[in-house]
Design a protein around this ligand. Sequence first.
Ligand SMILES: C[S@@+](CC[C@H](N)C(=O)[O-])C[C@H]1O[C@@H](n2cnc3c(N)ncnc32)[C@H](O)[C@@H]1O
Length: 153
Amino acid sequence: MGPRLRHLLELCPKESPVADVGSGHGRLALELARLMPGATVYATEAKPGPARELRRLLGESSPVTVLEGEGLAPLRGRGCRGAVIAGMGGHTIRSILEHDLDVAAELAWICVQPMQDWDQLEAWLERQGLWSMDIQLSWERSRPYRTIRLFAS
Ligand SMILES: C[S@@+](CC[C@H](N)C(=O)[O-])C[C@H]1O[C@@H](n2cnc3c(N)ncnc32)[C@H](O)[C@@H]1O
C-alpha cells in the first residue's frame, strides 16, 4: 500500500464488522483483517467482473468476505459498524451514500477519501447533519488526499 492507503488505514477505527466499499485490489480490506484477527471484514465491488478479480486477488483462504453489489446495498442487514469508501470521485461517493442513506445512517463511522470534487462532497455531507466530521490530509507523489471521517452524531 502507498502512503494514501496507509494513512487511510491508520485513520480507520479498528472496529468490525467493517466494509471496504469499492475495494478494487482489496489491500485495505486485507490489512484491516490482519489488524483485527477474527473480525468480520467485507470487501465490495459493484459488478461481477471486478468482484471476480477481487476474489482472485484475495485468494480462497482470505479472511476477507467479498460482496457484490452497488454501493452500500450489499451491507444491508449485515450490522456493519463502519465502512470505507475510497478511490472514487466525490460525486460517486455522494451518490453511494445518498442512494442508501438509511444504511449509511446506521453506521457508527464512515471514512471517505474522494479523489476529486471533495469540496462539493464535504458541503453535501455537512448539509445532511447526520455526522460529525474530521478531515485529515495525506500526500502521495506530491498530491494531497483528504480523508473525511464521519462519526454518527
Ligand atoms: C480506483 S478503485 C479504488 C480502490 C480502492 N478503494 C482504493 O482506494 O485504492 C475504485 C473501485 O470502486 C469500484 N466502484 C465504483 N463505483 C462503485 C459502486 N457504486 N459500488 C461499489 N464499487 C464501486 C470500482 O469498480 C473500482 O474497483
